[in-house]
Design a protein around this ligand. Structure first.
Ligand SMILES: C[S@@+](CC[C@H](N)C(=O)[O-])C[C@H]1O[C@@H](n2cnc3c(N)ncnc32)[C@H](O)[C@@H]1O
Length: 220
């Protein structure tokens, strides 16, 4: 087995790449890594995860570039998507609320998004998305994103708890082999049926090596 590279050399590498690229999010990842990141940060930031989130940002810029209220990201893990949404020049997102049921995620997400925490545009929340009352939330969300639909036991049941007409962006996949996945779908058509949106503004599938990711943007 190849030994893990020492933490200092990965930190140095990330800081070097941040300097070379001039990319603020790379600098933020390097800073987080230097503060002691969880081992699966490398999964949350791997090229497949980043590509699926860049696909999301591009599709959102075409369909709903200026949501009329905060963007709630559910199942947000370490807040990587929030960082991309808040830095993208094609989007005008006033605020991101980054929610995950895992209590270890919030502080990591806030460290990653420290610049936006300081400016009041980012906050992380620990909660179960299936127990939220988004109809009672003020200000009303302008968009709810869930890129973790495959992790829920009952996607239609969760969707039924959301206010009618709410703008939604949903992702799922056909990666049945992953043990934490409970609601995978075999095709984009099956995902459309599972989601039952009243309006669909975007529907797409993105094949990767091991699975296909599906995305829908529209209204509940
Ligand atoms: C592996 S991660 C992200 C996977 C997803 N495909 C993505 O790239 O965004 C899934 C996250 O969903 C979270 N999660 C699962 N069920 C949840 C729930 N009921 N409420 C909030 N977060 C949940 C997990 O804690 C985990 O951080």
């Amino acid at each position: 087995m190849t030994p893990e590279p020492p933490v200092e050399s990965v930190h140095d590498l990330l800081r070097g790449m941040a300097a070379l690229s001039g990319h603020r999010i790379v600098a933020d990842v390097a800073r987080l890594y230097g503060k002691g990141a969880p081992p699966d940060l490398s999964i949350a930031c791997n090229h497949k995860q980043i590509a699926s989130k860049q696909w999301l940002v591009e599709a959102l810029a075409q369909t709903l570039p200026q949501p009329e209220g905060p963007v709630w990201v559910l199942g947000a893990w370490y807040g990587v998507l929030g960082a991309l949404l808040l830095d993208d020049e094609g989007l005008a997102v006033s605020e991101v609320v980054s929610l995950d049921v895992d209590p270890s995620c919030a502080s990591i997400a806030e460290t990653l998004n420290h610049r936006h925490v300081a400016s009041g545009r980012f906050r992380a929340v620990t909660a179960d998305m299936t127990a939220l009352d988004l109809a009672a939330t003020t200000p009303r969300p302008g968009l709810v994103i869930n890129t973790s639909c495959e992790h829920l036991a009952d996607v239609p049941g969760w969707l039924a708890t959301l206010p009618a007409g709410l703008p939604l962006l949903l992702q799922s996949n056909d990666y049945y082999r992953e043990p934490d996945h409970r609601s995978c779908v075999p095709s984009l058509a099956a995902f459309r049926e599972q989601a039952g949106l009243s309006e669909v503004w975007f529907a797409g599938a993105r094949p990767t090596k091991n699975y296909t990711r599906f995305m829908l943007i529209g209204r509940r």
